[in-house]
Design a protein around this ligand. Sequence first.
Ligand code: ZN
Length: 93
Amino acid sequence: MNTYEGHTPGPWKRGGFLGRAVFAAEKWVATCWEENAALVADAPMLLAQRDALVKGVKAMLQLEERRTYELKPCPCSGCKSLRAILKEIEATP
Ligand SMILES: [Zn+2]
């Protein structure tokens, strides 16, 4: 189980006084400062986007490594950067 498994499913919306509360449907999720509430409310969407990007980047790297099979892993700077980003994301507990 990773850090985010089991969270209340999105979408989450801001509400309450000055938009400081975050709700999932009618269920309260959190209350915080306005600026943070915007980020918290977007968390399920951002997590889904991150997961989709990771999946897409992994697929692209596999294709790239098939293309450059003699140099596996591909040594180009783009692939190196993407592998570093994936490593950082996958280190998230
Ligand atoms: Zn490459």
